[in-house]
Design a protein around this ligand. Structure first.
Ligand code: FES
Length: 84
């Protein structure tokens, strides 16, 4: 079980199922994140990762900068803080 914190609001919640993709977890908590492909191709969903770490089942094709993640295709491996 991991904790997700949102930097802008200070809101945080726990994630019971770390096998789910982060985007699905955020949607369960009514956190709106833009997306298109939900497969790591388009890069639309990119978010800033302030703290913590995530893992990808397969390396995404979309380009991301250091400190950015693609929530549609990553899973939590630690508690995280997101820059949203
Ligand atoms: S929605 Fe396309 S990379 Fe995440």
């Amino acid at each position: 079980m991991f904790t997700i914190k949102l930097q802008t609001t200070g809101q945080y919640f726990t994630c019971q199922n770390s096998a789910s993709y982060l985007l699905e977890i955020l949607e369960l908590h009514w956190i709106k994140v833009e997306y298109q492909c939900r497969s790591g191709y388009c890069g639309i969903c990119r978010l800033k990762l302030v703290k913590g770490d995530v893992a990808y089942y397969q390396s995404p094709l979309a380009l991301i900068n250091d400190g950015e993640i693609l929530p549609c295709c990553c899973m939590l491996t630690t508690n995280i803080e997101l820059g949203i």
